[in-house]
Structure formats: C-alpha cells, structure tokens
Design a protein around this ligand. Sequence first.
Ligand code: MF3
Ligand code: CO
Length: 291
Amino acid sequence: MAIKIGRNDPCWCGSGRKYKACHAAFDEKIAQFAAQGHKVPTREIIKTPEQIAKIKESAKINIAVLDYIEEHIHAGMNTAEIDKIVYDMTTKMGGIPAPLNYQGYPYSVCTSVNEQVCHGFPSEKVILKEGDIINVDCSTILDGYFSDSSRMFCIGEVSPEKKRLVEVVKECVELGFKEVRPWGFLGDMGQAVHDHAYANGYTVVREIGGHGVGLEFHEDPWVGYHTKRGTDMLLVPGMIFTIEPMVNMGGVEIFVDEENDWEVYTADGKPSAQWEIMVLVTEDGAEVLCW
Ligand code: MF3
Ligand code: CO
C-alpha cells in the first residue's frame, strides 16, 4: 500500500524539499496518463539522484570489465577464461557478478556463441574459433546497486552475413535508444528496434526481453520489442532499464536446453546476436549508463 504524502511533507525523492514544491506536479502528471488508460511506472522504479549516483558507480565496473574483454578476447580462448576474468576483475573492483547464483545460475557471466541466443554457460570445452560471434553479458552488484550490459564480439574474420547481423542489432539498439525520452512510451523504443530488425530480414525473440534495473537485477518494466509507438509503459525521468534485443538471422523460434534449463538456442540453428545497454530517462532525454 502506498502511503500518501502530505503536500508539506518532505518529498519522496530525498531532496529535502516539501513535496508540493518538488515531485507533486510530477506525480500528478503521471496520474493523468494513468487516467487516460496508459501503463505508468510506480514510484519504486523511479530512482532518486542518490540511487542514480550509486548505480552509475556499479555501471563503471561493468564497462571496465567489458572493455577488458574486448581487448583480450581471441580465437583459441575458452569461455571459462572469460568467466574467470569477469569474476576476478569484478571482485577486485569491489563488486559481485550479479549472475553468480542468481536463480541458480552457476557462473559469473553469460557467454552465448553463434546460434546460442542467451544465457550460454562459460565452459572450458567452448573454445572460440575464427568466424564465431559471441555475446558476453556482464552484470555487477556494487553496494547493492545493479548494472547490466552486453556486447558482441567477432572472432577473427567472420562471414559477411554474421557481421551484418551483429552490426544491424547494434543499430537496432541505437535506434531504440533515440526513442527514449521523458513522457514518451516504451513502445516508441520497441517499435524502432523491431522495425529495423525486420526491415533487414531478421526476427526478434519474443519470449525474453529487457528489464528495469538498479535496485534489483530485474525490475519492472518488462521490455519487449513487439510493441507499438505510443503504447506500453510511460517513460518518466529517473527510470532505468535495459534495451537488449535478441535478433535471429532466421526464424523467431527458440528453445531452452532441457539439461540445464538455462541455455537458449535458435530453433533453426541459425545465428543470433544481442547488444545490451542500460539507459536512464533524464529530464530532457536519456543517458546510456553502461554498454
Ligand atoms: N544479464 C542477463 C540480462 O541481461 C541476465 C541473465 S540471468 C543470469 O538480463 F542468471 F543468467 F545471469
Ligand atoms: Co539485462
């Protein structure tokens, strides 16, 4: 149950100002969108400036780890080595890898190669070879604050088809990000991602989406890419969520490995690619917190 704040009480955002002079008009504006039938964010997923500062510190570790992997990933390396780098670097910087033990996930990072869509298990047996494409998905907890992003890497010379897939998915995320603004809608972003992928002959995975993030690993809203402009959740300053479409070169169908209930593959065995950025909705636009 939400406790109603009096107009002269201190604002919920922690500014120390009276509610009526701080977020009262903001809350009223959200209530008006809700009254028009729009899905709107609850206060729990609107971050305060103090929380945003902490989340940005967490994001710095995520960026540093992915930068390091970008410099050192190579053919002949196995993905268990990537797991070790992520664990060692994250903990050395004072963080905890968020995937480790998350709902039973047994590693510090997800490494998804070629037709693996996501949640690939790092393994000594998965040795990167020339022509592979791999998604490395890193997430950090620092002082209880979460960050989450992933990048694609091409190992040596990659076929033009795979290279184009990787590039187009990056464009999808960039085009989606351009649609993120306060008092816009999540569907503005979703449609931009979707349309660019399908215009290039690709499909976008439906079952797995992005998510709110910051105080928890996965918060509301769920972020899909099969939504339309002007629909889905209203975006307001202080919201933080990921844009992380999984785009398939072939069909949209996927399956989960029954042995471990984690690793996801394309049904047709064709490659899949994903980039993930974590974005903050600001007063006048949006900011990428990690990538
Ligand atoms: N990092 C993934 C995401 O983007 C989450 C993976 S869950 C895990 O949301 F347990 F596999 F880490
Ligand atoms: Co994510």
